[in-house]
Design a protein around this ligand. Sequence first.
Ligand code: AMP
Ligand code: GLY
Length: 423
Amino acid sequence: MNILILGSGGREHAMAWKLSQSNQNINIFVAPGNAGTSVLATNIDIDPMDFTLVKQCAVSVNADMVIVGPEAPLVKGVRDFFEADDELCSIPVIGPCRKGAMLEGSKDFAKDFMVRHAIPTARYKTFTGESVQEAEIFLRSLNSPYVLKADGLAAGKGVLIIDELSDALIELREMLGGRFGDAGKKVVIEEYLSGIELSVFILTDGISYKILPEAKDYKRIGEGDSGKNTGGMGAVSPVPFATPEFMAKVEERIIIPTIEGLKKEDISYKGFIFFGLMNVNGEPYVIEYNARMGDPETEVVMPRIKSDLLDLFTGVAAGDLDSRDFEIEESAAVTVMMVSGGYPDEYKKGKVIRGLNNVRESLVFHAGTHEHEGDVVTSGGRVLAITSVGGSKEEALAKSYASAAMIDFEGAYFRRDIGFDLK
Ligand code: AMP
Ligand code: GLY
C-alpha cells in the first residue's frame, strides 16, 4: 500500500513513524518531508499548496491514500480537488473538505457554528471595515484583556490579546484597515476566558469518532510561559486535569454536538478535529477548532496510540471507523522542541546538527531540517521535537532532556520547564 503524507514538520514525521509500524506492508511518501522523514519514507520535494504538483505526485507514486498534515491545503480544498478529479477520486484523503476545514479557516464561521449547535465558547461578535463604530462599542462593553482575532488563516499570528482598551482600539482599526490582508477583513472580538488550556483531538469518519490522547502544548518561547507566542515549544500527554469527569463534559457538550452539527449541515468530515479548549473552573469551552492535528501535540499523541494507525485511517476512508480497534497506552509522553536561536523572531538557517545518532532513549522527530552535502542542517525555527515515553511525565522528561543534551547546533535553544505547571 502506498501512502502519501502532505507536509514537512514534526507532525508529519510522527505520523510517518507511527504508520511505519503498521502490520500492513506499506511504502510511505512525504511531500515535501524533511531530513527525518527521509529515513523512513521517500521525500518528494513539492509544495502541497500546488495541487497540480500534488496530483502528479499522487499519480506517480500510485498513492492508495493521502494524509494531509497542515491546514492550508485543506482550507484551499485539497480534498474537494481529489473528489472532482477522474484520476484521483478513488484515492481516499484523510482530511476534511473545504467546507469542513472552514472550522479552522474562518473564525467567524467556527463561532457561528458553535452558536448554532450550542457548543460552549466565549461570547463574541464579528465586524468588518464597514462596522468599525459598532466594533468599538462592543469592545468598550467588554473587560480587559481584550481578544481580537483575524477571521482567516494568519499563520498563527492572527490572535491578539491586549490589556489596555486604548491599545485594543488602535489594533482593531489597524486590523480592519488591512494589516492581515484578506485574513483580517473580518475581525472577531470575544470575551477573554481565564483558565488553563488543553488540546483534545478526535479522528472521525463523519459518523463515529475516536477520542485520541489529549495533550498540553507550551506556546510561549520563555520559561514559566513568558515571552512571545511560538508554534509550540513542547507538549505533554496525558494532561492530569483532563479527568474522566472533565473529558465526559468535553464529549457530551463539545465533541458530540460538533459531529452532529457537521452531519446536520451536510458537511462531510473525514479526518482529525483538534479542539483547542479552555478549562474554566472545570468547565470546558472551545477557544478554537483546527481541521488537522496539532504540532507539537502529534509528537506526544502518536506514541500513545497502541492501535494500528493505518487501520484507523482505513476505517475513516471506509466509513466504518466504529468497528476498528482503538487502544491507548497508559504511559506518559513528552516532547521538547529544540529551536533556532532568535526564534520566533529572525533566525539563521543551515546550521549543522550534530549528535543525532547518539540518542538512544528518545524519538527525535524532525520539524525543520533538511540534508545538505551529507549533513542534517536546520531549515526552520522549530528544528527537532525530542520525544520520550515513560512510566511518568517526569521519567519521560528526564529522557528528553538527556537526549537534548546530546544534540547540538549553533544557537540551539529549548525550554527546560516543559510540564512545569502540571502535578
Ligand atoms: P487561537 O489562534 O485561536 O488558538 O488563539 C491563540 C491563543 O490565544 C490561544 O491558544 C489562547 O491562548 C489565546 N486565546 C484565544 N482566544 C482566547 C479567549 N477568548 N480567552 C483567552 N485566551 C484566548
Ligand atoms: N500546537 C498548536 C497547533 O498546532 O496549532
